[in-house]
Write a protein that binds this ligand. Structure first.
Ligand SMILES: Cc1cc2nc3c(=O)[nH]c(=O)nc-3n(C[C@H](O)[C@H](O)[C@H](O)COP(=O)(O)O)c2cc1C
Length: 348
């Protein structure tokens, strides 16, 4: 980890991916109390790796061997694209945060599909996060292509309408546009049945939504028959608490400063959805306490990215050990019993 931190952020990321691929197969420690379900998927525990780390599906097998319960590859766009010019990834060390404006750099659907097609599906759960090309004339067609190409190969799908780094993308979150999009996505997912696949379909939303728009998104997701929401992507907000010199770089902020706003949104969404949507909590998780807070706020599973950059892969083990201790503290047998606990108590 110390060596990686001496490198500039992007080479450090490339080295981390290469190292992840070398992870030897270790017998996973059984943690029966932490086993849980997400939209019908059986997870060995609730902690997964968020989208953007393994954009091109190069390292998911090693990342599963590291101990993540699930890995979300992508965001993948139909055609390969280079993303924004560097520098486009910044460490805000004092704030335990990152700012990125990668802009969906990725190798495209065909390359990613070929990699996923070669995987052994018994080795763990891999979701695919799909997006649109920056210069796309037909954004809905781009999302549909992602569903058709990766749906049969992935265990779940996430439609990304929340990256701040593709101009116009977040406009799809507007209630007046979202309904049409979600209906088309749902039809495309259901159309996969001919291939024998019915991957759960999630929508990934931004933490910067106004309360009324978040409420509308929950209703639209339910109407369209989506399986769940991933809450949330990076934020374009810049909390006044930020100290690092890079704080004013354009892009999406992730890490510790995102924990409060993303968890507040999760709680709001969970209170509206009342168990009718599967929720994945993501944003600022760097400890068992923070993972547990998302679960108590209504998340069936959680994901992290920036915490891994600052804490290293040992963080995963610390979170899982800590979750078992927190269940003891709350006198709960199983993690699944903690999901949404804060809402029931009327604290939401
Ligand atoms: C460098 C970087 C690249 C990312 N790329 C994507 C992406 O391609 N698609 C996506 O849905 N989210 C992407 N994310 C967002 C993460 O998946 C996650 O939602 C966000 O970072 C908040 O979690 P964290 O605070 O644990 O990092 C990216 C995040 C970072 C730091």
């Amino acid at each position: 980890m110390r060596f990686l931190r001496l490198l500039p952020p992007e080479p450090a990321h490339a080295a981390a991916l290469a190292l992840a691929r070398l992870t030897p197969p270790l017998p996973p420690r059984e943690r029966p109390r932490l086993a849980t379900r997400l939209a019908g998927l059986a997870l060995p525990h609730p902690v997964g790796l968020a989208a953007g780390f393994d954009k091109n599906a190069e390292a998911f097998a090693g990342l599963l061997r590291l101990g993540f319960a699930f890995v979300e590859v992508g965001t993948v766009t139909p055609r390969p694209q280079p993303g924004n010019p560097p520098p486009r990834l910044f460490r805000l060390v004092e704030d335990r945060a990152l700012i990125n404006r990668m802009g969906f750099n990725n190798e495209g659907l065909e390359v990613v599909a070929a990699r996923l097609a070669r995987r052994d599906r018994r080795r763990g759960i891999v979701g695919a996060n799909i997006g649109v090309n920056r210069d796309s004339a037909e954004p809905i067609a781009d999302y549909l292509a992602g569903i058709e190409r990766l749906g049969p190969l992935a265990d779940y799908l996430v439609v990304n309408v929340s990256s701040p780094n593709t101009p116009g993308l977040r406009e799809w979150q507007r209630p007046e546009r979202l309904g049409t999009l979600l209906a088309a996505l749902r039809r495309a997912r259901d159309g996969l049945a001919a291939t024998g696949a019915k991957p759960p379909l999630f929508l990934k939303i931004a933490p910067d939504l106004e309360e009324k728009d978040a409420a509308a998104i929950v209703e639209l997701a339910l109407e369209a028959g989506l399986d769940g929401l991933v809450v949330a992507n990076t934020t374009t907000a810049r909390p006044t608490s930020l100290r690092s010199k890079h704080r004013d770089e354009p892009g999406g902020l992730s890490g510790a400063p995102l924990f409060e706003p993303s968890t507040a949104l999760l709680r709001q969404v969970a209170a509206r959805a009342r168990g009718r949507l599967a929720l994945v909590g993501v944003g600022g998780i760097d400890s068992a306490e923070r993972a547990y807070a998302k679960i108590r706020a209504g998340a069936s599973a959680v994901q992290l990215y920036t915490g891994l950059v600052y804490e290293g892969p040992g963080l995963l083990r610390r979170i899982l050990d800590g979750l078992e201790r927190l269940l003891d503290r709350d006198r709960l047998d199983r993690l699944a019993d903690a999901v949404g606990r804060d809402l029931e108590a009327g604290a939401g």
